[in-house]
Design a protein around this ligand. Sequence first.
Ligand SMILES: Nc1nc2c(ncn2[C@@H]2O[C@H](COP(=O)(O)OP(=O)(O)OP(=O)(O)O)[C@@H](O)[C@H]2O)c(=O)[nH]1
Ligand SMILES: [Mg+2]
Length: 301
Amino acid sequence: MRATTRVLLYGMERSGKSTLVNSYQKGQFTPEMTSTAHKSYDTEFENRNYTIIEVGGRKEVRRFVEEYLEHIDAIIFVIDGSDETSFPTVKREFISILNNPLTIGKPLAIAFNKIDIAKVHPSIIIDQLGILNRYDRQHRVFSTTSKIPKSFEEILRWLNECEVEDKYPLEDRMSRLLTIYIFDILAEKKQGFPLLTLLGQMQIISQTGQVEYNRDKILGLLRKLRVKGDLAYDEQSQLWSITEQGKAKLDDPDLIKGTKYEKLRAILDEKGAAQQEEQKEVIDEFDIDELAELYKKTTKK
Ligand SMILES: Nc1nc2c(ncn2[C@@H]2O[C@H](COP(=O)(O)OP(=O)(O)OP(=O)(O)O)[C@@H](O)[C@H]2O)c(=O)[nH]1
Ligand SMILES: [Mg+2]
């Protein structure tokens, strides 16, 4: 495990992020006077070191949040429970964070804050966020108020118990995310479980043959991940795959030239339809940090 757990503290403007931390650190309600762009707080809680990274919720700074996602181990998402008018924006922002592959698997604490003045029950927004259906990560909802400095401590106590892994291979995360999406669709229609792999080739192996039935929905979801292209079925291999245009973004030969990923591609191509196990061995040897760097470049294109 990493020596310090890095936690993103995020949520809309004035939801109370800074005040929650201030009050926890000072042991009494300590309102923040200024809006934050970016601020980090170091704290030790029950023998674990934390760096809490607050990204402000003002519209102009909000977009920078993506820059942090890769470098954090867990997320605290703060909602101003007293401001129902903010809930639609909260929902949009929340979903965009959760749907980012860089956050998959990372524990998520939702602080339904300002419970001292909130007029609605946390379940109102929690229902809207669909959080209870997320099986891609550890999560918990907390009712908080900066008026009670221990509010924030409860979140840290929970994070202490969470499994915070050191590394999340990006391919794993992408693949998990897609699996979850597709699982969602099929579970909704009770049509069984397809197995999906992103081992370089972005193939969808369908055991149920139901992919075509849900084709439009799956394509819509793939687009959200900025994956273009169409789905095609190959009778012989019984594989669904994303056609040429939409193949993994890391297929750009110029981009991967001279990197270990180029070597990996060559090995995978050579093995062709080799057993997944063998491909996995190759992937395991691969330097995931380098892949993450490449991924960043491709998404910036
Ligand atoms: N009643 C009440 N007010 C709170 C609570 N937490 C924060 N506030 C008030 O809400 C206002 C905004 O708090 P901040 O801590 O600055 O909010 P923030 O989320 O850090 O805002 P940005 O940095 O702009 O994104 C301040 O006036 C706080 O005093 C709370 O639990 N209850
Ligand atoms: Mg702040």
